[in-house]
Design a protein around this ligand. Sequence first.
Ligand code: ACO
Length: 347
Amino acid sequence: MSPTPAIPGAVPTPPNLGVRFAGVGSALPSKPLTNADLEQLMDTSDEWIVQRTGIRSRYIVDHERGESCLTLATAALRRALDEAHLAPTDLDLIILATMTAEMSCPPTSCRLAADIGAGTIGAIDVTAACCGFVYSLNTAYALIRSGLYRSIAVVGADTLSQYLTYDSSGRSTAILFGDAAGAAILRATDDTNKGLIAQAMHSDGARWVDLYIPEDLDRDFPEGHEPSPEHLKRVQMNGRGVFKFAVGTFSDVIQQTLHQAGLAATDIDMFVCHQSNARILSAARDRFGLSEEKLYINIDRVGNTVAASVPLCLDELTKAGRIKEGDKVMFVAFGGGLTWGTSLWQL
Ligand code: ACO
């Protein structure tokens, strides 16, 4: 029986195929924001920021130049398509992971599809904070592996700078985040060795108050948090709580995924991790005895770029020749929700 459905849109018999990364791309906004710049805006110091987070600089969107989540996503996706030698019309679906959509309606992914000239293909926004790209990779794999789609663009784009306050009142969060976008094109392949080996997706909504952005004065402030107009549309974070959670969970979810796959940490060629804090990443390196080369860190240059963080690392590593076909690569993320997850691939 042919694996391709005779009727467009009909559910096909799952074909025997693999899934490969056909191209990756990324985009940074134009405005650099160094620790020295922040020292001018708020009561902080380069020393404090570097010691606590490992961050030295980040980039944020310049609204006067028209930069936004959508323009960054568009640039990253165009670069990924170029690298894959594909036209936008070769895509069957776009999944955009973001927690900073242009507005609640329409989904930013729909405008992304239109802006790159992908026609009327399906387009979905996925909101899973910093885990969005990892969740979307797992989802795209399942959709391709089922035979429903052959080419899916997975994009992570965030501009959290719009929800930060660049004065002393916002110093505990403003220093952490940068804006960016990254994209990967996933395609069906006859090489059945390529694809997802193991994955994990978790959430704990009982801990939503550890990281939230209130929008309504009467409704969105949890018990013990004084409702305040200045906090509306501003990131509220329990830094210490998230840090403690992340240090343990990061390593535990890596261990869980290795166990599922029957692999050891030394079998993995590269860990591509969400960049939330250099200390959290170093703790994971230490726990698994990994060399610096095997767990990439770029937070010093770009900060925490939320859903863009993982694909931005992937693009930099690919361009540097440090990730290549045949490698085993584990993507790892955690974030607001709380959410955490992995995606382990044979490239
Ligand atoms: N500069 C100078 N001092 C500061 C700053 C700053 N930018 N921010 C806070 N401080 C002060 C505090 O006021 C406090 O002073 P006090 O002791 O006089 O009260 C002191 O520094 C210590 O503050 P803490 O918040 O306890 O500092 P901590 O060591 O926990 O570091 C940090 C804060 C860097 C935020 C850390 O907790 C962290 O990285 N947490 C994880 C956060 C994270 O990863 N969030 C992203 C999740 S991903 C997502 O989904 C978006």
